[in-house]
Design a protein around this ligand. Structure first.
Ligand code: SF4
Length: 485
């Protein structure tokens, strides 16, 4: 049997699998299939577009063009020999929390179905799309004719299964050319949340992955040469199985790790007893530029109540202070060591003009107290099947308030994001090890490798794929302008 995994990339509230991240789904599937097949291939939606839309011809990017990120993540020059021999094609797909991606465009069902239609093999749809998918915020799940798929399958590997599967899966990175950040899973489900928009409590019951297994998986990738890791597949890093033990042991067993970051962080557990100690350990053992992404979603108490959000505004503020207290010192790559990031969602139940006022009031307070945020993510909720939000109010508030979203977002970008950015990176700060990612006209965009890296625009073109140290010379709304030093 020849199996092929087609990675169309995934993005969920807990877990990122859009390049440069390699998510858990293709890795685990690879490990699961490896011992059942003669060959398991890993290809990407970029490979498929390159073959089917561009006939395997890449145009030169002239000084007027932008790098074509739809075909940026190729694994090979030509996948047709692979497709000809494929017996079963596993299509890994699903975006639940749509974002903007600098170097990739996730595949949608609408896009991928016509592209695989004439491939003669069995086709299985897998990944978060099992629960619905939507690449654009503010919309219901994609509705498409799925009859092309022989099966729709959710591989519900237990942590016991993953002991072997996750290690068998590490060889997948031998088939990937570009650098990769390995997204590591530390737990499933959510121990507190019943947030109205979220699919995590629907997908999984809360369970932590054994810390020894997490360590073994990281070590296995490290031994193959991987140096960039994010422990990002979990609802809350502070609630995982002995986080301090884990961080300490990763550092001692993988001493040359370059990036070790985390992601989702529940403010409730940051302020709880023991939270200070975990924060200090994250600062000590992780690399700089680290972000604890707080799912605040809204500072409006009425919205918090109506959507059973996990953190009350007061608790979120206290958690922001704690991360700033221990993590705001500048680290060796030029970024503060560990800062909070905030997620704000538009379109939740009971959203009103007052919601924006509450958000602005809280964000202004953060500024006035001299605190820092690494970033504020603002998005319109996607309405996924079976979530309480979809089942109760659906798109009622999205429709009602849509006319304000540009204004609300712009208010935050102009009056909060931009001044906070200047505080975060005063002019003259040097950011080290920024990789050149894409061109847009006569500008090169670079970023550091890791979680929520800042985008830095540099005038002129520097060679892509190479690392540079950049001095900050100016600011855009959410990004910065730098020059090579
Ligand atoms: S805290 Fe809320 S958003 Fe986060 S995983 Fe739990 S239910 Fe989902």
């Amino acid at each position: 049997m020849n199996y092929t995994i087609l990675d169309c990339y995934t993005d969920e509230a807990s877990g990122l699998g859009v390049p440069p991240y390699i998510g858990t789904y293709p890795r685990y599937l690879y490990g699961h299939l490896k011992n059942k097949a003669n060959v398991v291939n890993y290809i990407t939606i970029d490979d498929l577009r390159y073959l089917k839309i561009y006939n395997n011809i890449r145009k030169e990017v002239t000084k007027k063009d932008k790098t074509n990120i739809r075909i940026h993540n190729l694994t090979r020059d030509d996948i047709s020999p692979i497709l000809e021999k494929t017996d079963v094609l596993f299509v890994n797909l699903g975006v639940h929390v749509p974002g903007k991606y600098l170097t990739a465009v996730p595949g949608t069902l609408k896009e991928v179905i016509p592209l695989i239609k004439d491939i003669r093999c069995k086709k299985i749809l897998t990944g978060p799309a099992y629960f619905g998918t939507q690449l654009e915020g503010g919309k219901f799940s994609e509705k498409t004719d799925m009859s092309i798929f022989n099966e729709k399958k959710w591989f519900n590997f237990s942590f016991k299964d993953l002991k072997k599967i996750s290690i068998d899966g590490v060889d997948i990175i031998k088939q990937i050319k570009n650098y990769k950040i390995i997204e590591i899973e530390t737990g499933v489900g959510c121990n507190v949340g019943k947030c109205s928009f979220c699919t995590e409590p629907i997908k999984n019951r809360f369970l932590n992955r054994p810390k020894e297994d997490i360590l073994k998986e990281i070590k296995a990738y490290y031994d193959l040469g991987a140096r960039y890791f994010r422990m990002g597949k979990q609802a809350d890093f502070y609630s995982i199985d002995e986080p301090i033990w884990l961080l300490k042991n990763i550092r001692s067993q993988c001493p040359d790790i370059k990036v070790l970051h985390i992601d989702n962080t529940n403010p409730v557990f940051v302020v709880k007893k023991g939270g200070d100690e975990i924060t200090k350990a994250i600062v000590k053992y992780c690399s700089s530029g680290n972000v604890g992404a707080f799912g605040v979603e809204s500072f409006d108490p009425e919205v918090v109540r109506a959507n059973t959000l996990n953190s009350a505004p007061k608790i979120s503020m206290r958690a922001i202070e704690i991360l700033n207290k221990y993590g705001s010192e500048r680290g060796d790559n030029g970024m503060p060591k560990f800062l909070p990031g905030i997620n704000i969602i538009f379109g939740l139940n009971k959203e009103s003009k007052k919601t924006h006022e509450c958000n602005m009031e809280a964000l202004k307070k953060i500024m006035d107290c001299g605190l820092m945020l690494r970033r504020i993510n603002i998005r319109q909720t996607a309405l996924l099947e079976d979530t309480p939000l979809t089942k109760t109010v659906g798109n009622k508030f999205l429709k009602k308030n849509k006319k304000y979203y540009w204004k609300w977002r712009n208010d935050i970008r102009q009056n909060i994001d931009n001044p906070l950015l200047k505080r975060l990176l005063p002019k003259g700060t040097v950011l080290k090890d920024c990789i050149a990612e894409i061109y847009d006209g006569n500008t090169t965009f670079l970023r550091q490798i890791g979680t929520y890296p800042l985008i830095i625009g540099v005038k002129g073109r520097v060679e892509l794929g190479k690392f540079y140290n950049l001095k900050i010379i100016d600011y855009m709304l959410r990004s910065v302008v730098g020059e090579v030093v």
